[in-house]
Design a protein around this ligand. Structure first.
Ligand code: PAF
Length: 283
């Protein structure tokens, strides 16, 4: 695996590679590192759909609306490199903060207010704008043919898909399923910050989501309000940021009395000051 740390080098690698292999497809998996099975499944998907895979590791400061959350974000580049080598990833792009933001934070804002003012965006001002900015620029540096994003961050996936279409990037955005532990807990780099008791508490999240999904599958006339009642009841010991039902295409929250056909039930909770998100898709 070749590790590249500068923008100039990754651009040069991209140009040289395409010149030598004009028919080969480049797959891209952007990450913030501290890789787990969830990331590895994204990489696996990229390998299945492209000839060569580039993974980036960059903890993007401008997408953290809470400085403490950024400072607490776990980093283990050594272990990440070993995992990526085992998976036979071809290129790792791991730039420093100075390499990306050396000339200061960007003033330009890429935003889709109707998509960013709900769910995670509502309480994390600037978060998705920071994500869109870095993904946009990584796309410019790597110029991949396809890029894989996990459905655990459903809102992020939809926003990136929208940005890619509207800014006319010729990049196929591929969705990868949310990965769970056997006990149902959604995989996340943040799980490493939870105590044993915290993990035990976190299991209430997937249990609540699975029950809500089952209730809807047994009765498609279940209203959004009834689903919310199940979620709040099942997660009553948790600090809930949001737990609701959204249109899975335009991310609009359903009113309490509405029934629905395609939806994403999404939640964000805090356990031991760690913010966890999870969702189930109904279709
Ligand atoms: O999902 C993530 O890990 C990050 O938001 C991403 C897409 C790598 C951008 O920093």
């Amino acid at each position: 695996m070749l590790t590249i740390t500068t923008i100039e080098e990754i651009k040069k690698w991209r140009n040289d590679f395409q010149e030598k292999h004009p028919r080969k497809k480049i797959g891209f998996v952007p990450t913030m590192g501290f890789l787990h099975r969830g990331h590895l499944s994204l990489i696996q998907k990229a390998k299945e759909t492209a000839d060569i895979v580039v993974v980036s590791i960059f903890v993007n400061p401008i997408q953290f609306n809470d400085k403490k959350d950024f400072e607490a974000y776990p980093i283990d580049l050594q272990n990440d490199k070993a995992l990526l080598s085992d998976l036979k990833v071809d290129i790792l792009f791991a730039p420093s903060k100075d390499e990306i933001y050396g000339s200061g934070n960007p003033e330009i804002i890429i935003d889709y207010p109707s998509y960013t003012n709900v769910m995670c965006g509502k309480n994390r001002p600037g978060h998705f704008q920071g994500v869109l900015y870095i993904v946009h620029n990584l796309f410019q540096y790597v110029r991949p043919h396809s890029a894989v994003f996990g459905l655990k961050d459903y809102q992020q996936y939809l926003l990136i898909k929208k940005m890619t279409e509207e800014l006319a990037f010729d990049i196929d955005i591929i969705a990868a399923d949310l990965m769970r532990e056997e006990n149902g807990l959604a995989l996340s780099s943040r799980n490493a910050r939870l105590s044993k008791e915290g993990i035990e508490k976190a299991l209430q999240i997937s249990k609540a989501l699975f029950l809500a999904k089952e209730v809807w599958e047994n009765n498609k006339n279940t209203t959004a309000g009834e689903i919310k009642t199940i979620l709040f009841e099942k997660m009553k010991n948790l600090e809930i940021e949001y737990a609701s039902v959204y249109n899975s295409e335009i991310l609009q929250e359903f009113n309490e009395e509405e029934t629905f056909h395609r939806a994403v039930i999404a939640v964000a909770v805090y356990i031991e000051n760690v913010r966890l998100i999870d969702n189930v898709i109904l279709e």
